[in-house]
Design a protein around this ligand. Structure first.
Ligand SMILES: Nc1ccn([C@@H]2O[C@H](COP(=O)(O)OP(=O)(O)OP(=O)(O)O)[C@@H](O)[C@H]2O)c(=O)n1
Ligand SMILES: C[C@](O)(CO)[C@H](O)COP(=O)(O)O
Length: 230
């Protein structure tokens, strides 16, 4: 099954507290976003890569991220929106395949095999995301950090990306969210609220989202431990 990748890198990276947006920060000598793009370029099922970046950065990304990489897939560069959900929607409008794999540009440690696994499952059942099972004990607390209860963790998963969907389903889910003025923190949530099933495939703890400064230290360590990364 052929799929489009929608790589969202249209954010400001405010939690990273750096002048340079986190998607362009260097990790082991190359921009974080470039490492992510290479993983999708290596995935056989991906027919086209739709890269969503801040509108102001379109020229920068064309000249300094995409040109030096010389990827061999069809690439579309699309301006992002105010929130992640808006950026995903802009990217989805450019999709030309029956399946779309949506991925955070700042999750560089995604393995091509895991992208393929989500594509195969989504092609069959409609929606598939990567996730990891909660390991720590889960506490629910009030606004003063006073524990209210200990949650049953065996059914709790932490959602990652890629989040991969049959195209018609994810487009409908986004359009319904726009109509209802609903904002979710991931794309699967928009599909769940349509009453559709989303399958979770176990990912790995290495597929981190680079969010705050300490993630960069972790990312350098992961990168040096990965033999499959180029
Ligand atoms: N308007 C936005 C906001 C986020 N993203 C992308 O969505 C992914 C996950 O979002 P997050 O880690 O929250 O990134 P930022 O919004 O950039 O970070 P922050 O919330 O710290 O500003 C990132 O690859 C980010 O670039 C996007 O494409 N468009
Ligand atoms: C989509 C996501 O990466 C799944 O873990 C996450 O929900 C994005 O959240 P953020 O608020 O943009 O950090």
């Amino acid at each position: 099954m052929k799929a489009s990748a929608v790589i969202v890198a249209g954010g400001k990276g405010l939690r990273m507290k750096k002048k340079t947006r986190k998607q362009y920060l260097f990790l082991a000598g190359q921009p974080v976003l470039a490492i992510t793009l290479k993983a999708f370029n290596q995935c056989q099922e991906i027919n086209e890569i739709i890269l969503v970046v801040p509108e102001d950065d379109l020229d920068f990304c064309r000249d300094h991220i995409l040109s030096p990489l010389g990827l061999n897939k069809k690439i579309k560069l699309i301006p992002g929106g105010l929130e992640r959900q808006n950026s995903v929607y802009n990217g989805l409008l450019a999709v030309n395949e029956p399946v779309a794999a949506i991925h955070d540009g700042v999750r560089p440690f995604i393995h091509p095999r895991q992208i393929t696994a989500t594509i195969n499952q989504a092609a069959e059942t409609g929606a598939c995301i990567l996730g990891i099972k909660a390991i720590d004990t889960l506490k629910q607390a009030d606004e003063k950090n006073q524990v209210e209860q200990t949650l049953e963790r065996k059914s709790i998963w932490l959602a990652q990306t890629p989040q991969t969907f049959q195209y018609d389903l994810i487009l409908t889910a986004h359009q319904r969210a726009i109509k209802d003025k609903y904002t979710g923190t991931d794309d699967a949530a928009l599909v769940e609220r349509l009453g559709k099933k989303v399958t979770i495939i176990p990912g790995t703890v290495l597929n981190i989202k680079i969010t705050s400064p300490q993630d960069l230290i972790l990312a350098e360590a992961i990168h040096s431990a990965q033999s499959w990364q180029v």
